[in-house]
Design a protein around this ligand. Sequence first.
Ligand SMILES: NC(=O)c1ccc[n+]([C@@H]2O[C@H](COP(=O)([O-])OP(=O)(O)OC[C@H]3O[C@@H](n4cnc5c(N)ncnc54)[C@H](O)[C@@H]3O)[C@@H](O)[C@H]2O)c1
Length: 376
Amino acid sequence: MTTGQELRIGIIGYGAMGKAHSYGYKVAPLIESLPVTPRVTVISGRNAEAVARAAHDYGIPAWTTEWRELIERDDVDVVDICTPPGTHAEIAAAAAAAGKAVFCEKPLSTNLSDAKTALAAVTAADVKNAVGFNYRRLPAVALMQRMISEGAIGKVLLWRAIWLSDEFADPTTPYDWRFDASMGGSTIADLGCHLIDMALWMAGPVTEVCAQSTTFTTERSSGVGQNPVTVDDSSQALMRFESGARGSLEVGRVSMRRPCDFTVEVNGTRGTLVFDYSRLNELQFGSADDDVTLYGMRTIRTEHPTHPYAANWWAIGQGVGYGSSFANQVADLLRGWPEEKWQPSFAHAVKVQAVADAMERSAFADAWIAIDRVDR
Ligand SMILES: NC(=O)c1ccc[n+]([C@@H]2O[C@H](COP(=O)([O-])OP(=O)(O)OC[C@H]3O[C@@H](n4cnc5c(N)ncnc54)[C@H](O)[C@@H]3O)[C@@H](O)[C@H]2O)c1
């Protein structure tokens, strides 16, 4: 049973992720009995009218335009950061210094140095910390990782992922923080971090990368003038894993009519697994152990109660979606409260950021870059 004891959350940022996280805290106790009941007590944002409306719509009793004030409140146990990446490290460090648990949207930062600052702060304060790599909380993605770790495809040889969207395809889309590398991070850091998280989780440490990046629309209008675009529209990278496996990663935001399509494929010595986000409750599996007359890939319906996360949701066939990943995320964080450490932690996110930084540096230098050259 979820107990009556409350865990009080303050959410910083009321945009798309402020809403998704609010949803996650509301729904998690419906899908799983937890040792504490999460309750969002306050939300912050810079625009008073907009944050007041969001507080009303999300059912949150208080709001403020000052994130520092939110952190200091007595009725906040966990600070949940849903602002642009360039703000994460400073907010996380302030929350940790106030002794609060810190949950931060991805990417932890726009660069490795700031990510390490955030890690140092939560480590010094000894507070719980995690980063919102929510896609790993989908049943099919979690099953993929579980099958790899259980040896279903043998030793991993090849790992590849592609993430395509058309959010930057229209050159008249106005300038905002997503086009500013110091605030939004590169496309490698912003979209690619989800894929790098999965690469490290499924195939282990990456040792070296070689990348190229392109920006097709180099200026955008903010309404009052033209602003330089400092992020990549698209990047491709080759990866070498410590295990000897090889991999590739592509991210692009100029892929017309692709809304948020990503695929992850892993080829092992005994089989292949493929996840396609546009069919998010399915996993393709081909095994060398199958009778050869069945040569090919089969579709696993990943909502069976034996699959990760699926048992708490609807009957098989009804679908577990994007929103569910945010409820699963909350359940994962709170299930072991207060003893268990949160995963994936800031320490893991720093490793993700190191790979992203190496890819950015590689694209700039037009050369292979070892991860330990950027992460010393
Ligand atoms: N996990 C996912 O699926 C997913 C999806 C989208 C975005 N994100 C991540 O979530 C974070 C927020 O993205 P979003 O789409 O919700 O953004 P958004 O633009 O919808 O909302 C941003 C919020 O941050 C506030 N904000 C903006 N600039 C700020 C500043 N300088 N200081 C303090 N607050 C500021 C805004 O007032 C707003 O409340 C980013 O890190 C982004 O990469 C994650």
